[in-house]
Ligand binder design. Structure first.
Ligand code: SF4
Length: 120
């Protein structure tokens, strides 16, 4: 049985102007209800200490694929790569990093849908 991707939405504390036009719950509920994912979750801030602790607890080394909706993919790589490495996982192979800033909810849904479809 192949494991479906997990969707993690990092909402940048909820205060970032980049996500001002995004209806978080509409996005997350659409992903979990309509897309071919294991599940969808929200984290408030993945790139600080507790976010890194969460990532390490959560990822372990089970080889899953994570679609992370957050900021610039280059920034995501820079900020999360080490946490993956520390638990024997590989950011490059296991993460599809999506920049969902400054998008409408519909545009963000489309971007996630395309990423999920591209994995099939
Ligand atoms: S990973 Fe990106 S979107 Fe998430 S809290 Fe950090 S800067 Fe914000």
């Amino acid at each position: 049985m192949s494991i479906k991707p997990r969707f993690i939405m990092c909402i940048c504390t909820g205060q970032c102007p980049g996500f001002k036009s995004l209806d978080l719950w509409e996005l997350v509920n659409t992903v979990r209800r309509e897309m071919d994912v294991e599940y969808a979750i929200v984290h408030p801030q993945l790139c600080v200490d507790d976010g890194e602790r969460f990532l390490k607890d959560y990822i372990k080394n089970e080889g899953g694929i994570y679609i992370i909706g957050a900021c610039d993919p280059k920034m995501q790589r820079k900020m999360m790569k080490e946490a993956f490495q520390e638990v024997g996982a590989d950011f490059e192979k296991q993460v599809i990093a999506l920049d969902l800033r400054n998008l409408s909810t519909e545009e963000a849904i489309k971007r996630v849908r395309e990423a999920v479809e591209a994995l099939k």
